[in-house]
Ligand binder design. Structure first.
Ligand code: ADP
Ligand code: MG
Ligand code: MG
Length: 248
């Protein structure tokens, strides 16, 4: 479904991704791990089409179509959604209006129908109807921000959901509802690309259902089954990189 080929990406004149290859199958579940600064968010934002990231070489294919130069909204319409590591406030825009707009644009759902859908789905993520009248992410806690990203995903049911550290800055209760909802989406057919550097969220998931790709310094250097997470947690990235000779 998604194929990233030899992707080289720069920000300004700095090269951040140095030839990334990764494939996500239909309905696959892939986890990307790696130390801070290894390029995980850059990869996510580049797949979503963020204009700050300049592709210098390589390409991104989605269902066989080259999307490397496609604007972000078209990628969204094709079914790619990115849940941000740092979701931003949108001052002056109410959650309910925002979500109704997104559902109308991406899925062609009319406003009244969208309203009911939103209220019902929001409840599953502990948002009350009142909460939906607040401005997007304004004064939201870490857990609320990440739950709001998941709410968008549940409503949109993207073909591919990229989650950038959905576990960072969230309390244990939010973490458990977030991981349950990610599994639910996966079971309904959404392919998942989950970025994390803790593995904390992975304790809630069945390791036989996902594969792990480890990034280091702008490249994917290790690809293993889900059980590998345990080894990462025991040894830490640095020791693993020394052992695999990935440091050279
Ligand atoms: P990760 O998500 O794995 O922590 P990032 O993709 O955020 O890593 O960052 C990878 C490297 O690229 C880091 O060294 C970071 O400082 C740099 N970087 C990312 N975004 C920018 C930017 N907008 N401007 C300059 N440097 C950036
Ligand atoms: Mg980071
Ligand atoms: Mg990051």
């Amino acid at each position: 479904m998604l194929k990233v080929e030899n992707l080289r990406v720069t920000v300004g004149d700095r090269e951040i991704l140095k030839g990334v290859n990764i494939s996500v199958d239909n309905e696959g579940f892939h986890v990307i791990m790696g130390p801070n600064g290894s390029g995980k968010s850059t990869l996510a934002l580049t797949i979503a089409g963020h204009p700050r990231y300049e592709v210098r070489e390589g390409r991104i294919l989605f269902n066989g179509k080259d999307i490397t130069d496609m604007p972000p909204y078209k990628r969204a319409r094709m079914g790619i959604m990115l849940a941000f590591q740092h979701p931003e406030e949108i001052e002056g825009v109410k959650i309910i209006d925002f979500l109704q707009q997104v559902l109308a644009e991406v899925k062609g759902i009319d406003l009244a129908e969208a309203y009911d859908m939103i209220v019902e789905t929001a409840r599953e993520l502990w948002f009350k109807e009142d909460d939906l009248m607040r401005y997007v992410n304004a004064g939201f806690s870490g857990g609320e921000r990440k739950r709001f990203e998941i709410l968008q995903a549940l409503l949109l049911e993207p073909k591919l959901l990229i989650l950038d550290e959905p576990d960072s800055g969230v309390d244990v209760d939010s973490l458990s509802v977030i991981s349950r909802k990610i599994e639910e989406l996966h079971k309904k057919g959404t392919a998942i690309l989950l970025i994390t550097h803790y593995g904390r969220i992975l304790q809630h998931l069945d390791p036989s259902t996902f594969s792990v790709h480890v990034m280091k310094d702008g490249r994917v250097v290790l690809e293993k089954g889900g059980e590998f997470v345990k080894e990462i947690e025991e040894k830490g990235f640095q020791r693993l990189f020394e052992e695999c000779g990935c440091d050279e």
